[in-house]
Write a protein that binds this ligand. Structure first.
Ligand code: DGT
Ligand code: CA
Ligand code: CA
Ligand code: ZN
Length: 580
């Protein structure tokens, strides 16, 4: 059982328990699921190494959950979970994808209308049955229909962060084979697109047969779709396909370029090649016609192909036909922020509120990860579920931070903990902490966590008012979307970007794989408007700190340079840029 599969069962247990109105326990399961999802090591390996005890050492796991995980690893099944499913036999994982449908509503729909799956739901909503149901109403029915449309449109794709670790693991296994000379990811994965249809791997090998035999017999393969010497494909347990193609060394660059896409970018490259009297395909760039008659001009590397076409090399994340080819021809491409450029993280949660690790633990992990500063940004009191901080507790937290900073200094460590908050924006745009507290903090982030359904005008004004507060530095997860789960709240992003530029407010690129908020399109707009951004992990535990890389990927897709991202700067420069 993979971590993903274990997490999925735990999430569903939480949801089933919530259906039954059980308190606290659902959140406990959810938190363990989140932790397991982001673990580097397989829980099955942890178990093999250290038994039940080692599982209990995972943050948030008590005896009872540990035993359930053990049963899952040992038998691939869990009786407790099967029993819960029998009590309410609904297709939870697809129904919960519909925005606004939580476990309790799903239970009501099952009890009153016998709705078990998306098809039942659509039928009932279209027949107007949900509008007549107590506790639902016409507005709710309308939202369900909207949500259903959204689920259908995102169907069949996978959030990058939920599949990239598995794809990298497969790549690394293949890389170890002596028959594999080189291997690279291509397709949308290499372009780091936020959702992925399938994964495409490219291999150079003189002996493809053993490579392909090994590939199709990987334990990750739930099904084998194709098994040939130049192309094979498998389906993973989560339903995603992985293709492997073997290409000759002299065509590697051409094949990489071709299979990286995007398709539109490739089409344009081919047209440019034709104008110059070449032919470009997945085997190379040829003078005249391709094949036996043409002479190979370039093909080994992507660099030599771009060069032969008189343009500079284009990073994969930019190959989306958004003007990158024109800039490459003029040698005017921006120098994108690199994956190692982040020096700080400006959104970190701790066990003061709903995080799993203490402030000190998060600090130590950040130091270990090579960061130079972090801002502690726990939730505020309106988020009672997350034990949000009130004035008294945030003042206590500031003292703890002073104390830790003092100790860091004594140790000679070049690391700073910044005092911060993720302060809730209230309905009228005022904030959940008074200004005299906000003024004492180094970094004030604000977030919308409630009232997603305000009208476009109200929502936009609400956010703008918060941004105009002279104590507010950053707007966290600015659109509120959850990839494939929740659409952004209705607000005018152009106006928000404009307000950011007028007020000097930073917009966040939240790296959580299910958020990636801002998305690439808005990042590009910010870059153009001169609005600065920060790339944060929004980590609630130590493993989760690693997700900032997805934020960097998204930033690169939005053409951001180091100069656009304030936490790629040293701490003094970053702080002096914030509002006074
Ligand atoms: P995905 O899998 O939907 O997330 O998106 P991609 O971009 O990975 O697309 P995929 O897997 O269908 O194909 C991989 C790459 O192969 C694609 O980015 C460009 C190239 N490719 C596929 N089909 C065609 C085609 O008909 N024409 C051209 N020029 N390129 C193609
Ligand atoms: Ca693909
Ligand atoms: Ca493919
Ligand atoms: Zn938040």
């Amino acid at each position: 059982m993979t971590n993903q599969e274990i997490a999925k069962v735990l999430y569903e247990i939480g949801e089933y328990l919530e259906m039954q109105g059980v308190v606290f326990k659902p959140r406990a399961y959810e938190k363990v699921a989140e932790t397991i999802e982001s673990l580097q090591e397989e829980v099955a390996d942890i178990y093999r190494r250290g038994g039940l005890k080692a599982i209990e050492d995972i943050s948030g796991v008590g005896v009872s959950i540990a035993e359930k995980i053990e049963e899952l690893i040992k038998t691939g099944k869990l009786k407790y979970y099967e029993d819960l499913k029998k009590k309410t036999p609904v297709d939870l994982s697809s129904l919960t994808q519909v925005q606004g449908l939580g476990p309790r509503k799903i239970k009501a729909l099952y009890q009153k209308l016998k709705i078990r799956n998306l098809a039942d739901l659509e039928k009932a909503a279209k027949a107007g049955k949900i509008a007549r149901l107590e506790g639902f109403g016409p507005k709710s029915e309308e939202n369900i229909l909207k949500g259903l449309k959204f689920v259908k449109s995102s169907g069949g794709r996978f959030a990058l962060g939920s599949v990239l670790p598995d794809i990298l693991a497969i790549r690394d296994k293949l890389k170890k084979l002596e028959e594999v000379k080189r291997i690279e990811m291509a397709g949308s994965v290499r372009r780091r697109k936020e959702t992925v249809g399938d994964a495409d791997l490219l291999v150079i090998s003189d002996k493809p047969k053993p490579v392909m035999d090994y590939f199709v017999s990987l334990p990750e393969a739930a099904r084998v779709l194709a098994h040939g010497e130049t192309k094979s494909a498998i389906t993973l347990k989560n339903g995603m396909n992985v293709d492997v193609r073997v290409v000759p060394e002299e065509s590697y660059g051409a094949a990489l370029s071709y299979f990286t896409g995007s398709k539109d970018h490739n089409v344009m490259l081919r047209q440019i090649a034709i104008k110059k009297g070449y032919t470009l395909n997945e085997y190379g760039l040829f003078r005249g016609k391709a094949g036996a008659k043409g002479r190979l001009v370039a093909g080994r590397s992507e660099e030599e192909i771009y060069k032969a076409l008189d343009m500079s090399y284009i990073e994969p994340e930019m190959r989306e036909m958004r003007g990158e080819i024109e800039l490459a021809q003029k040698n005017k491409l921006p120098k994108l922020i690199s994956y190692g450029d982040l020096k700080g993280d400006l959104q970190i949660q701790t066990s003061w509120t709903d995080g799993d690790n203490s402030l000190e633990e998060m600090m130590n992990a950040a130091i270990k990860n090579g960061l130079k500063y972090i801002a502690i940004t726990d939730h505020t009191k309106r988020l009672a579920m997350a034990r949000g901080l009130d004035e008294k507790r945030i003042i206590q937290q500031m003292k703890e931070i002073d104390e830790l900073n003092k100790r860091l200094k004594m140790r000679g460590a070049r690391f700073t903990i910044l005092k911060g908050t993720e302060c809730d924006i209230l309905q009228d745009g005022s904030l959940d902490l008074p200004d005299r507290i906000l003024a004492k903090l180094d970094v004030v982030g604000v977030s919308v966590h409630s009232l997603f359904n305000l009208s476009r005008r109200e929502q936009t004004e609400r956010i703008k008012k918060a941004m105009r507060n002279p104590n507010v530095d950053i707007l966290f997860h600015p659109t509120g979307r959850l990839i494939q789960r929740r659409e952004p709240y209705d607000a005018d992003m152009d106006e928000i970007i404009k307000t950011a530029s007028e007020t000097g407010t930073i917009l966040e690129i939240n790296g959580s794989p299910d958020r990636l908020d801002l998305k690439d399109e808005y990042i590009k707009k910010c870059v153009e408007a001169g609005v600065k951004m920060t790339i944060d992990s929004d980590a609630h535990n130590i493993p989760h700190m690693g997700v900032a890389v997805y934020g960097v990927a998204q930033a690169r897709r939005g053409w951001a340079t180091k100069n656009d991202i304030i936490n790629a700067w040293p701490v003094e420069k970053m702080l002096s840029f914030l509002k006074k």
